[in-house]
Design a binder for this molecule. Structure first.
Ligand SMILES: [Zn+2]
Ligand SMILES: [Zn+2]
Length: 263
């Protein structure tokens, strides 16, 4: 399995995942042109995409879903509540494929397990994506961490986890009080310390790579998020023999194309 965060943050999110004959996008929250351009930087053509999975209806996750689906005849997968809430933004789709939150489904070679997260949308989800050999966990846009989330993301070889803001930067920043409150709420976004604690609970000896994602450009710095994650893993016995690589996804740049091995 290989994956690449094409961009992440409040201005747009999309992640590319491929295994065997199957290539998918998790969210498509940028313009169609921008996503096509970003895919091209890793040598992927839009026509190679077999499906778009949607986590929730916020614009930074669905902005390009409709245009890509229509332009390249790509089926879109989401739960009914998300389809309904996103319908105005995404407009007509090449094809709708409804999944039920909590029930695994197949997308060609990939098994996808959608699970509930805590966010201010109709039925927001994270995904565990497996190819029978390795698994990737995707979890952003959640205000808190549940036991279910820990359970679903356990034993993945790679994780894409939200590390949205630094609490002090948010508190002392320029956002209006209602927005600060929304971000900090249980249906908002995880701060760096919450994300690091989440990661600490998920670390295991087969975890190869962690990407910290959905960083706030206004209320976070990549170094602060990275430091919190590294500190949380420091001294973790699982990380001694085969170190876990941690990287930070950017809003502006396409991330590294990461290969996972089923060691
Ligand atoms: Zn978002
Ligand atoms: Zn959101």
């Amino acid at each position: 399995m290989r994956f690449c965060v094409l961009g992440s943050g409040s201005k747009g999110n999309a992640t590319y995942v491929e295994s065997g004959e199957t290539s998918i996008l998790i969210d498509a929250g940028m313009s169609g042109i921008e996503l096509q351009k970003r895919l091209a930087t890793i040598g992927v053509e839009l026509s190679a995409i077999d499906a778009i999975l949607v986590t929730h209806e916020h614009n930074d996750h669905v902005q390009g879903v409709g245009i890509l689906s229509r332009r390249a005849k790509i089926p879109v997968y989401a739960n009914p509540a998300t389809f309904s809430a996103a319908s105005k933004t995404v407009n007509k789709l090449f094809s709708y494929n409804e999944f039920e939150t909590g029930t695994p489904f197949h997308c060609q070679d990939l098994e996808v397990h959608p699970f509930s997260v805590s966010h201010d949308t109709q039925d927001p989800v994270g995904f565990r994506i497996s190819d029978g050999n390795v698994s990737l966990g995707y979890c952003t846009d959640t205000g808190k961490v549940s036991r279910l989330m820990l359970h679903r993301l356990a034993s993945c070889q790679a994780l894409i986890l939200e590390s949205n803001h630094d609490i002090e930067m948010l508190q002392n920043g320029t956002y209006p009080p209602y927005l600060k409150q929304r971000i900090r709420s249980g249906q908002g976004h995880l701060d760096n310390i919450e994300a690091a604690t989440f990661l600490q609970g998920l670390a295991h000896e087969k975890l190869q790579h962690v990407v910290l994602a959905h960083l706030s450009e206004e209320n976070n710095h990549p170094e602060i998020a990275l430091h919190a994650a590294v500190k949380a893993l420091h001294g973790n016995s699982h990380c001694q023999e085969a170190p876990i690589r941690i990287s930070v996804a950017s809003q502006a740049y396409v991330g590294e194309l990461i290969s996972l091995s089923g060691r």
